[in-house]
Unconditional design. Structure first.
Lengths: 290, 256
């Protein structure tokens, strides 16, 4: 137990240092300002949508109130995933090669701190910050939906939890990318991976709508290879888990990728995925000359 | 190549000789392509070997936003030093940064950052100090300060490997010099012992000249011969090769 605590101690020290760096560089101030702007616009949008519906809760067979609330939350979750990913990427994109080229990494790894611990610390700092960020913005979105439209999702915690894990998975991929790529290249690669996942999700929805099972299967595979997409889809599905009929069908189509339940294995799979990516990053870093 | 405890060894060689690579290999930053490096019995790069190390890289940077005190605090935690503020203030005082504890790195000159780097390397009283060009950004006063610090560290029983291009500096402070070329040791020894006789400079009424292949012990006989030849001898100065001469001979003019 003492050996585990001894190994964990530098991780906590370095993760705290990384978070302090973000605070001192006023990263959080800028993020908070931009997020406040987003939430303000989101509140305006939600207010407009629910005001437009007024007391009209049903349009034909569609529960319009449910449709509006779920669609707005889906939009909010997409924005949270995107903003959280931006934060995760910028906190980790230079974790290895970028910091090594700048001479920032060497003084740290020469101490009795393993490279694995440095990588774990960088990921932990990013995951902690991003989880806190996702939690706050997700809670803000729910609050806005409740105030403007008296609407709430069928599951409160699950969707936010899945977006937080999705962002943490992307942070792990970004740490892995930083082993081989320069900071700029890694940032580009990370956002292309994020875009590929989201694009695959949209293709899957289109394939589902037109009944192309081959394309749907391919999109499904991609969403598990890049599990942030599967987590996002599963989170979306949870927001309307208790709905049915045409309303549920329309919500599943969604404007920015629809919900698709992934089952109970997704979260354990995502955790294993992050661990596996971390192990690959550690092995790759161990072979790298600094 | 082996370093003895309490020894201050200067590492010399032309660009590309492998000096920085050797230092990085000892630190575990670079994996050896051949051979083996051990630090106090542990294989280089292992946690056991790094526990005893202090290292100042040739090209290093500290986060611009942190203060000198914060940086040293971080390294104290990583090095598991429990000496706290006493050690931090003593180290900053020793490298001439007593009043810079609350100064951010971005507010420091290059020379101050290099001295902060030396203080960082000394955190936790390392048994082996590896310095890669530690005075490249320093003025003469700063270089003198570093030499004094290195002498103190050696007096305290630590081993120092100093990689520097400044031969005069190495000659002044090091117990032993190792010259490498293309990854091979081509000369090593105590600076004074490496120096060889280069003849005698003679000034007589017939002018000045250098008499080669003559050492200090040959001076009385040489003077007697000159006087016997009717010359009036004004001065005789034995010449020895400098470390620079030794270095140039060892590397055979290699500057790659």
């Amino acid at each position: 137990m003492n050996a585990v605590a001894e190994s964990a101690r530098p991780i906590v020290v370095l993760a705290g240092w990384a978070v302090r760096e973000s605070l001192r560089r006023r990263v959080f101030v800028i993020v908070a300002l931009l997020t406040a702007g987003f939430l303000a616009l989101y509140a305006v949008g939600c207010h407009a949508a629910f005001s437009h519906l007024g007391n009209q809760r049903q349009i034909g067979p569609v529960d319009a109130h449910e449709f509006a609330g779920a669609t707005m939350l889906g939009l909010g979750m997409f924005a949270i995933l995107f903003l959280g990913s931006v934060l995760a990427a910028f906190l980790t994109l230079s974790a290895v090669r970028g910091d090594a080229e700048n001479g920032l990494l060497q003084p740290l790894v020469v101490r009795p701190v393993g490279r694995a611990q440095v990588l774990a610390a960088r990921w932990l700092a990013a995951a902690t910050v991003c989880t806190a960020y996702v939690t706050v913005v997700y809670a803000g979105s729910l609050f806005i939906l409740r105030v403007t439209g008296d609407w709430g999702p069928d599951r409160l915690v699950g969707p936010g939890l899945r977006v937080a894990v999705a962002v943490s998975a992307l942070a792990a991929l970004c740490v892995l990318g930083s082993v081989a790529l320069t900071a700029t290249a890694n940032g580009i690669a990370t956002f292309m991976v994020l875009g590929s996942g989201l694009f695959a999700g949209l293709l899957g929805q289109i394939a589902h709508a037109i009944g192309n099972h081959g394309l749907e299967r391919a999109a499904h595979v991609v969403s598990w290879v890049l599990p942030f997409e599967a987590l996002y889809q599963d989170g979306l599905a949870l927001t309307t888990a208790d709905q049915g009929g045409i309303t549920h069908f329309l919500v599943e189509l969604g404007p920015l990728g629809g919900g698709s339940p992934a089952g109970h294995w997704l979260l354990p799979y995502a955790v294993l995925y992050i661990v596996a990516v971390g192990v690959i990053a550690v092995l790759a870093t161990a072979r790298r000359d600094l | 190549m082996a370093l003895q405890r309490g020894e201050l060894v200067g590492l010399l060689g032309p660009n590309g000789a492998g000096k920085s690579t050797l230092v990085k290999t000892v630190c575990g930053l670079v994996r050896p392509s051949g051979g083996m490096v051990t630090v106090f019995g542990s294989r280089a790069g292992t946690a056991g070997s790094r526990r005893h190390l202090g290292y100042l890289a040739e090209t290093f940077r500290y986060p611009a936003w942190c203060t000198a005190d914060e940086l040293l605090t971080l390294h104290q935690r990583l090095a598991r030093s429990e000496a706290g503020p006493t050690e931090r203030s003593a180290l900053l005082e020793r490298v001439g940064l007593r009043d810079a504890a609350r100064l951010r790195v971005e507010e420091m000159s290059k020379g101050m950052q290099q001295r902060l780097g030396l203080a960082q390397a000394l955190v936790g009283k390392p048994r082996l100090l590896l310095l890669d060009e530690p005075t490249s950004a320093l003025d003469p006063v700063g270089r003198r300060l570093v030499r004094d610090v290195l002498a103190e560290v050696r007096s305290a029983g630590a081993t120092v490997l100093l990689n520097s291009h400044l031969l005069s500096e190495v000659e002044l402070v090091c117990d032993r010099v190792v010259i490498i070329r293309a990854g091979e040791v081509v000369a090593e020894g105590v600076p004074h012992d490496l120096a060889r006789p280069r003849g005698v400079h003679v000034e007589t009424d017939r002018g000045t000249r250098v008499v080669p292949d003559v050492g200090r012990d040959d001076v009385p006989a040489l003077v007697a011969r000159l006087v016997a030849d009717g010359e009036q001898v004004y001065a005789v100065t034995p010449l020895t090769s400098t470390l620079e001469d030794v270095y140039l001979d060892a590397v055979a003019g290699d500057t790659s």
